[in-house]
Design a binder for this molecule. Structure first.
Ligand SMILES: [Zn+2]
Ligand SMILES: [Zn+2]
Length: 156
């Protein structure tokens, strides 16, 4: 189990290492945490030489399968949002778009909340709820579309 979590668990790293945790919350005029676009290593085969953008799961709101509750429709799967941005100082992949309009992005929250473990657990919960609600909406839309089709076919 420990091996599985490995390096991927940035939250754990930043909560257990005091220096990393201080870095996360520290900023000054010269030292600023910025979202930078991740570039995959330019490969010889990619012609244009620019390298494509890399996408990874955000390390803050990512819900590994073992944390998805049994009651969830996502049980047995992991849930995560992909981001192409990482913090230039922390070196951690974080979403820069908030989950809800008007909310804060994982990047902002990561750098301002003292209790990272608590923040991670609420971020995971929010993402899971968000996904489940999205699924409900999609189901409803699908059903409505089906009904509409039925109406159309009985009319013709
Ligand atoms: Zn995130
Ligand atoms: Zn940072």
């Amino acid at each position: 189990m420990a091996g599985l979590r490995g390096r991927r668990c940035a939250v754990k790293q930043f909560t257990t290492h005091a220096v990393l945790n201080r870095l996360r919350l520290y900023s000054s005029n010269t030292l600023q945490h910025k979202s930078v676009l991740m570039k995959a290593e330019a490969s010889a085969t990619s012609g244009n030489g620019e390298g494509t953008t890399k996408r990874c799961h955000c390390r803050l709101c990512f819900v590994p399968a073992y944390l998805v509750p049994r009651t969830s429709t996502y049980h047995g799967r992991s849930v995560g949002r992909s981001s192409s941005y990482m913090c230039n100082l922390c070196g951690v992949v974080l979403c820069c778009e908030p989950l809800k309009q008007g909310g804060k992005s994982c990047h902002d929250l990561w750098h301002e909340r003292r209790d990272l473990a608590a923040l991670a657990s609420t971020s995971r919960k929010h993402l899971l709820h968000h996904r489940e609600n999205e699924d409900e909406d999609a189901k409803r839309r699908k059903e409505n579309a089906k009904k509409a089709r039925l109406v159309r076919s009985t009319n013709s």
